[in-house]
Ligand binder design. Structure first.
Ligand code: ADP
Length: 252
């Protein structure tokens, strides 16, 4: 019975996914065909001046449609996790330039990286895209500019050791209803073609699958902090290219 329930929940999720795609894609297509029809009519009437506006609008909708399909494809064929030991500070350092370019000049970037940070174990590519996604959400919440803070630290919760990554902004913040729904797939408050509502749900899934978790703290008008908790890795570092901080655990 439990397996059946899970199966029907899955089918419901697939139904929601398909409905969401169809709806957003249709809106974008209307933005393309509607503008192209105007272009056709004006060309037929010999009114070829002032066509730029409609062509640009059609191209914008086409770009958003392409980006929507790209993100949905990435979601549907989510790669299996490939967990390995990760030095989070170093990973953040490696995307610092990309982060600055992503948030633009009106948003300041503050890094508070704990020099004694434990290594963690997770899929580094997924962690990188999680942090980038959080930075994009922060940027979208700070249209007038602001401050993006990325902070790392060691945390022990309920006898388990975690590396905590906080991504904080000084943006619009979220009300209680938005916080409650933010991790749901397809929940978005952004206009069509801008948000898929998949970012935070993917981040939450990544954290859970990595045997950690994610939390949101937010207040309207004050800003938002999303925290990722990823498990401490103990044992030798492989592949990360760094000597183990402690002696390798002896094989018993
Ligand atoms: P999307 O960004 O595509 O809407 P997400 O799952 O990343 O999807 O976010 C869901 C919703 O949560 C957003 O539409 C927005 O309302 C809210 N949200 C996420 N991050 C922030 C943030 N940093 N500040 C304010 N609201 C946010």
């Amino acid at each position: 019975a439990e397996a059946q329930l899970r199966q029907s929940q899955k089918m419901e999720a697939v139904g929601q996914l398909t409905g969401g795609i169809a709806h957003d894609f249709n809106n974008l297509l209307q933005g393309i065909t509607g503008n192209l029809e105007i272009v056709e009519r004006r060309v037929a009437q010999g009114r070829t001046e002032e066509l730029d506006r409609f062509v640009t609008a059609a191209a914008t909708a086409a770009n958003r449609a392409a980006s929507l399909t790209h993100r949905l494809l990435a979601f549907s064929r989510r790669q299996p996790l490939d967990p390995k030991p990760v030095e989070v500070n170093r990973l953040i350092g490696s995307i610092e330039d990309l982060l600055r370019r992503t948030i633009g000049e009106r948003i300041a970037l503050d890094l508070h990286l704990d020099a004694d940070l434990w290594p963690t174990r997770c899929d580094p590519n997924q962690l990188e895209s999680a942090i980038l996604n959080l930075a994009i959400n922060a940027r979208d919440a700070m249209e007038g500019g602001g401050r993006l803070t990325i902070e790392t630290g060691n945390v022990t919760r309920e006898n388990s050791a975690f590396v905590c990554i906080r991504v904080g902004d000084t943006g619009t913040g979220m009300d209680a209803d938005t916080i409650a729904r933010a991790f749901e797939p397809f929940f978005t408050t952004k206009p069509i073609g801008r948000g898929t509502g998949l970012g935070l749900s993917m981040i939450y899934g990544f954290a859970k699958q990595s045997e950690g978790t994610a939390t949101i703290e937010s207040a309207p008008g004050e800003g938002t902090s999303v925290r990722l908790y990823l498990p401490r890795h103990d044992g030798p570092m492989d592949e990360a290219g760094e000597a183990p901080a402690a002696a390798p655990v002896p094989l018993s």
